[in-house]
Each structure stands twice: as structure tokens, then as C-alpha cells.
Design a protein around this ligand. Structure first.
Ligand SMILES: [Mn+2]
Length: 317
């Protein structure tokens, strides 16, 4: 599939790259690396997203090149979608008439019609796939390309700590650090050592909601919209909070409830061992990876907790 995608890229001149809404370091690092590769190949690329890039991901090299808005109706020979192939995921409307390529490591639900799809669920990050595509295209891995791809992989693997980390992730990261000539610490410093005071305050607020159930195997935390009062934050970065709560000894499942509006929550599930987060998410029409999944829930926080923990308990049996 990657050979076919490389061929598509070679035969195109104007190429739009886009990543999903609420972009993270994997989709942005991957998109920027691809954008820089396309420029190196003499193409005329544009990187267009619906949402702005959050801090500190916005410090990745080349981020100022990302434009905000819709791809349609500008003409492009090819549109490359990173981690999302539907209007719901990308926020991009009316892409059906474009020649499209979709590169992802999530098995997604809906898609918007025909596109060449390269989906590798075993890849820890899309960054790994863009790295392979770069090799296929024969590009030079400059410092910025390598840095962005390393950041993509470091982010989705939680600095190579999560269960999705494979020997391939480590080998690719090592190769990127070598080719790019940067110390890996520079990436961790940029992504993980740049919390604002407000963010840490938010973290303590959310962590103070911690509850455990099912003999300490289930942990639950939540965020309410009014937690943002008196803080200058517009939104919360959830991965760090989730990582701390799931690290509790004995916890096999972590549920994080984020209030979107009254009685409407985004639920993130993390699991380990023989408990499968995705199975729980599917029961609520969500999706994701086996051990990291999510869905939306309409109802009160109390009923959500009750309903979901019942399903979790069923998996323990
Ligand atoms: Mn990813």
C-alpha cells in the first residue's frame, strides 16, 4: 500500500495535508514531516487543519506553516488525511471529489467514500508510517523531518512507556535521532517539560475527583466545565491526567469523564491486561485501540459511572 501511496504522491503536484480535529503531537508531527518531505520532493503542498494546534505541540518545527480552514473548494491533485477519513474526524467538508489518501493507525468506523487507505493498527503512531513512507519516497530525513516524526512517536507511546510501544517503535526512533542529529531529550523537553502553572492546577483539581471501585481495579476521574473558572485555560490536555490516574497500583481500568455540556460527556477508557477498553467503547458506539478507547455519553455523571462500571465488572469475570 505504501508503494501505491508513494506513486500517487510522485504523480501529483499540488497536495493538501490535513489531520484530525483537536490535533495531537502524533498527527501534527506526522503531518509536518510529510509536508516538509513534499516540499523537498519539489511538490506544492499545503497543510490545512480545521482546529488550531495546541501548546506545546505548536512548538514543533514548521508549525507556523499550518493554515486553518477548509480544503474545499481549492483545487488539489491529492489530499492526504492523517488519522481520520471522515468529515466527523477531520472537520473537512466536501472532500469526496478529491483524490484522497488516508494514513492511520486506528481502525476507524465511518469514512466518506473511496480513498486509498493505509491503516496499520499495530503501529504505535502514524509517525511510524510516515517514516516508512519517507523511506519509500527516498527523501532525506532532515533534522526537522526527523524531529517531528520522533515527537509523533514519543507522544503516542507516552515516551515509549505505553503498551503500544514495540521494538519497531524504538528502532525507528533511534534511526530518526541518528539521522536528525538531535538529542532525544530535546523532544521530551519540548513535549513533556512545558506545563503551565494553570495546567498543573487543573491537574490537581481533576485528580481530586478520583474514586476507585471493584476492589481497586477500576479508577474514575472527571472534569466539569466549571473547573475552568478562574483559570485562563480554554480546554484541558487530558493525556497527563489519565496517565497519572491509570498508574495507580492495581488499577486495570481507568475512566475519565469530560463534561462537554450539561449531561453530555466524553468518556476516555484506558485498560490493561485482559480487560479491553475498546470492547466497552463499542457498547456505546465508540471506538479506538484495544487498550485505549472512547465514546460520548448522554446522561448524568452518576448514571454514566453506574452503567459503565457494570460493563467493566462483567469483563473481570
Ligand atoms: Mn496517533
Amino acid at each position: 500500500m505504501k508503494a501505491r501511496i508513494a506513486e500517487k504522491i510522485r504523480s501529483a503536484r499540488t497536495i493538501a495535508v490535513s489531520s484530525h480535529v483537536r490535533p495531537d503531537a502524533d498527527s501534527i508531527g506526522s503531518g509536518l514531516a510529510l509536508f516538509l518531505m513534499l516540499r523537498q520532493l519539489g511538490k506544492d503542498p499545503a497543510y490545512i487543519n480545521v482546529d488550531r494546534v495546541p501548546y506545546p505541540v505548536s512548538k514543533l518545527p514548521g508549525c507556523e506553516r499550518i493554515r486553518c480552514g477548509q480544503i474545499h473548494p481549492q483545487p488539489f491533485d491529492l489530499v492526504v488525511l492523517i488519522e481520520g477519513n471522515s468529515e466527523e474526524r477531520t472537520g473537512q467538508k466536501r472532500l469526496q471529489d478529491y483524490s484522497r489518501v488516508h494514513i492511520d493507525h486506528h481502525v476507524s468506523g465511518g469514512d466518506d467514500g473511496p480513498a486509498i487507505s493505509w491503516v496499520v493498527p499495530g503501529a504505535a503512531a502514524v509517525g511510524e508510517l510516515i517514516y516508512e513512507l519517507g523511506l519509500e519516497l527516498g527523501v532525506e530525513f532532515t533534522r526537522d523531518i526527523a524531529f517531528n516524526l520522533y515527537a509523533a512517536i514519543a507522544s503516542d507511546t507516552g515516551s515509549f512507556k505505553y503498551s503500544n510501544t514495540t521494538p519497531a517503535s524504538l528502532a525507528i526512533a533511534a534511526d530518526l535521532a541518528r539521522r536528525g542529529g538531535f538529542p532525544p531529550f530535546e523532544v521530551s523537553d519540548l513535549l513533556f517539560n512545558s506545563n503551565s502553572r494553570e495546567k498543573v492546577r487543573m491537574l490537581t483539581r481533576v485528580l481530586s475527583t478520583l474514586e476507585t471501585d471493584l476492589d481497586g481495579r477500576l479508577a474514575m476521574i472527571h472534569f466539569r466545565r466549571d473547573f475552568l473558572d478562574r483559570l485562563s485555560l480554554k480546554d484541558i490536555e487530558t493525556e497527563d491526567i489519565i496517565a497519572i490516574a491509570r498508574s495507580i497500583d492495581g488499577v486495570q481500568v481507568l475512566l475519565f469523564f469530560k463534561e462537554i455540556e450539561e449531561d453530555y460527556f466524553r468518556v476516555s477508557i484506558r485498560s490493561r491486561g485482559g480487560v479491553f477498553a475498546r470492547q466497552i467503547a463499542l457498547a456505546f458506539h465508540g471506538g479506538g485501540h484495544p487498550h485505549a478507547a472512547g465514546f460520548f455519553y448522554r446522561g448524568s455523571l452518576e448514571s454514566a459511572k453506574k452503567e459503565i462500571s457494570r460493563l467493566v465488572a462483567a469483563q473481570f469475570r
